[in-house]
Design a protein. Structure first.
Length: 190
């Protein structure tokens, strides 16, 4: 039984050790000390694959990718392959006017299955510039291959978004059942 507990602890530690927070800028936006993704994120037809930042691996629990981008009239799209559910949230400075003008730019975030971009699985509320409160934009409650599309309308604006892996809701009852089963086995042996 001690071996099983040690093995479980080692697996949990290995999972936690692989967690990563990665920061990248997109397009013409630059931030000192943060690497650019190598250009502008294109639209739905040619999304930037975020998994390249993780060495090609799927997004795992504990992984977080922070994107500091710039958008005007058009769209930025990011492809996310995830082994677990994930969220896309506004954080940091949020969504602000890039030129210090008025509130004349809007942002909507759509989530698509990568194999079918004809219908969005989820759509955020439309944000106006100077939205600085951290908030959830869209989420996927399952593993899969998705495209996150940011659609801007108006003048240039900066956005700070985070794509973060979250536990699958269905995994919690299974974990509870497994732990309960281990407790029963231990009890029968005693």
């Amino acid at each position: 039984m001690r071996f099983t507990a040690l093995l479980a602890a080692a697996l949990l530690a290995a999972g936690a050790a692989s967690a990563a927070t990665i920061e990248r800028t997109e397009g013409a936006r630059s931030i000192s000390g943060v690497t650019n993704i190598g250009g502008d994120a294109k639209g739905l037809r040619d999304p930037f694959v975020l998994n390249t930042l993780l060495g090609g691996d799927a997004l795992q629990l504990g992984d977080r990718i922070e994107i500091f981008g710039r958008i005007g009239n058009g769209d930025d799209a990011f492809r996310v392959k995830s082994a677990v559910g994930f969220t896309v949230s506004l954080f940091g400075d949020g969504f602000v006017d890039a030129q210090g003008g008025g509130d004349d730019t809007s942002l909507t975030v759509n989530l698509f299955d990568a194999s079918d971009t004809s219908t969005a699985l989820a759509t955020s509320t439309t944000l106006n510039t100077d939205t600085t409160t951290p908030q959830l934009l869209v989420s996927a409650s399952m593993a899969g291959d998705f495209i996150v599309e940011l659609v801007g309308q108006g003048d240039a604006a900066h956005y700070d978004i985070a794509v973060q892996a979250v536990p699958l809701p269905a995994a919690l009852p299974m974990l509870g059942a497994a732990l309960g089963g281990l407790a029963l086995i231990r009890r029968k042996r005693a």
